[in-house]
Design a protein around this ligand. Sequence first.
Ligand SMILES: *[C@@H]1O[C@H](CO)[C@@H](O)[C@H](O)[C@H]1NC(C)=O
Ligand SMILES: *[C@@H]1O[C@H](CO)[C@@H](O)[C@H](O)[C@H]1NC(C)=O
Length: 368
Amino acid sequence: MIQPRSFPFGLGFFTSLLLLLFFYVSKLYFFRQYPYHIIGPHARQPLANNIENSTLGFEKVFVVGLPERSDKRDALALTSSLTGFKIDWIDGVRGETIPDKALPFGVDRLKLWETNLGSWRGHMNAVRTIVAEGISTALILEDDMDWDVRLKSQLKLIAVGALDLQYPSTKTSPLPESSPYGNDWDILWLGHCGEVFPELLEENAIEPPTDPDLVSVFRKYTIYPDSTVPPPEHTRGFQNFSAHPYTRWVHTSGGPICSFAYALSQQGARKVLFDLSVDHLAGPFDNALAGLCRWGRGKERLGMRCLSVTPPLFVHHRAKGAVNGDSDIQSIGAGELREVGTTENIVWSARRNIRNSLVGGIMESQFS
Ligand SMILES: *[C@@H]1O[C@H](CO)[C@@H](O)[C@H](O)[C@H]1NC(C)=O
Ligand SMILES: *[C@@H]1O[C@H](CO)[C@@H](O)[C@H](O)[C@H]1NC(C)=O
């Protein structure tokens, strides 16, 4: 016999059970590409769900590109909207429009191409916007970026890794609640052409590595198995991916090449604006930024805290059509035509799956 009082209790209990089941299933659904031992640590992460928001858990997403490259703007507007995030454009700059008087200390205009200067200025305008508007964190992309359609799930795991590297000894204490990526970083380098791990840099080749600072610099957070990493024979980078198939690492930056995609904290943006403009400029933008991460780590320098993801989450897309349209910095491949667009290291390319996303089709891998 049902007692009168037990009815609301039973109903409440049943509803809670349903809700719990719903959250459990939706979480598993979100991470269906990953085995449980990988998604487990995710539970400890405050604000993790903000990574699903329309700015990927950052305050802003900026894209730097020349206004006249409407082809790249159209493609990026479409791909980002299909992946579920919103971008703000920062107009790229032509090098020749920058007067000599505006050049940072140390720039030799003849050695640095005008196109490199233009690229530097476009990035600096994004960085200056972050500083001037007091933006807490922002992701900056170049305008030919591509990524995996599972970007948000990937970023959630990268955030777990970034938190693990920033707060290694706080396995049980609460994590900071202002950014899902943590608060103790300047640069999160999410897109690059490849980089060596810091332990392989000559200045770190001190045997044995007992210096606690170096030991922490060499720590890595390993995501394995990661089905969003291509098969080893198709993974490009400086690591031996046959020895480490389907593996992605979050690690202290060694010396990344290319500035495809990087996030800056407010503190990071201030350091970059100082070191790559107000104080001096030592070369092309990406090399200068990598140099800042590599040489600026010491407290007596700028105390840089740069983290990278290898293989990267963002890579430049080589679009179908005229090959010389790829870069606004270099002119290569004049007269050549590409029949199918490609992107290194990205399995379910968002760019190549636009049609599938539009019609609700099955995602296609670039590597099978
Ligand atoms: C997304 O989350 C981040 C981190 O919590 C936050 O700073 C940002 O404002 C959020 N974006 C939107 C559009 O709500
Ligand atoms: C990479 O690793 C594989 C498997 O462990 C090994 O056979 C191969 O020799 C390595 N390649 C290089 C260049 O070290």
